[in-house]
Design a protein around this ligand. Sequence first.
Ligand code: SAM
Ligand code: DTB
Ligand code: SF4
Length: 329
Amino acid sequence: MTQPTSVSASATHSKPSPFSPVWSREKLEALFDLPFLDLLWQAQTVHRQHFDGRGVQLSTLLSVKTGGCPEDCGYCPQSAHHSTGLARQSLLSPAEVLEAARRAKDAGASRFCMGGAWRSPRDSDLDAIVTMISGVRDLGLETCATLGMLTPAQAERLQAAGLDYYNHNLDSDREFYGSIIHTRDFQERLDTLDAVRQAGMKVCCGGIVGMGETRAQRAGLIHELTLLEPAPESVPINLLVQVEGTPLYGRDDLDPLEFVRTIACARIALPQSRVRLSAGRESLSDEMQALCFLAGANSIFYGERLLTTDNPDMARDRRLFERLGLYAE
Ligand code: SAM
Ligand code: DTB
Ligand code: SF4
């Protein structure tokens, strides 16, 4: 019988950080390969060193501009390149957005995230967005937006309006990325993340698994996230929601335990970040979600809809929190 194994971060990476241990891609691959229980034990240990183990942050999403996006992201129902039957919706009014934010706050969310299906917003689009941001803030919610690529000036404008977080995902390993998205490259994503950081906002950056990538490529995604300096404060790990009409529809489902492994590796390699159990919860049992929390997830999207697809209803989540003794942060 083999003994429990642990993998520790190496100090010999090309980009050493004074703030956190450094993970090479090879070390991350080895972490992914640990026996499942050893990996979970290590993740839960790291989790408890940095967070209260039972607190889970709740973010509610709203799609403020839906569909018709010029990008061709292979997973996304909102791309104009795919025929998914999704109804387009032009930019909502600030009043409509604030009404949804009020409901989210009353239901217990602490952060409200506004998503726009743009490659990059026009400056004129941001006029309404800045009104939404200050209104949501005035309700006492943290604010987050995900609007595509930003110029440095646009990032500064959003920050000045009171935007706390900007979500922009790396989405996958650098080498796998090109088989999923052809209309913007990995470096452009890094440039937007840089603009967000330089403007002084917190970064929400993660990815999607279950797109047909290998385990080594999942390790590659986490590795890329560890190279962001400082580490993103918020790391959404999405499980692909397969939408008919998208190129990724019909891919083999990822083994749910592999999803748990991805959460655990994100937790260990990004010990101070909130790791969000994001899209895909609808397809996970309560028991599988419990394993994700054990692996170190400490944030969820809360509310019946993600952007265009379903999420567990709030009553189910409240029951889940009760069953597991979790509390909302
Ligand atoms: N258009 C902006 C962008 O791409 O940055 C913001 C919205 S986009 C929908 C935000 C993220 O949602 C994507 O980066 C991706 O990680 C996630 N996402 C989109 N479709 C998904 C799907 N079908 N399953 C899981 N995650 C998805
Ligand atoms: C993120 O990483 N996941 C969220 C949020 N950031 C914007 C979006 C998930 C979208 C899932 C597909 C949909 O509902 O359209
Ligand atoms: Fe557009 Fe974002 Fe969807 Fe890509 S993920 S198609 S950029 S909305």
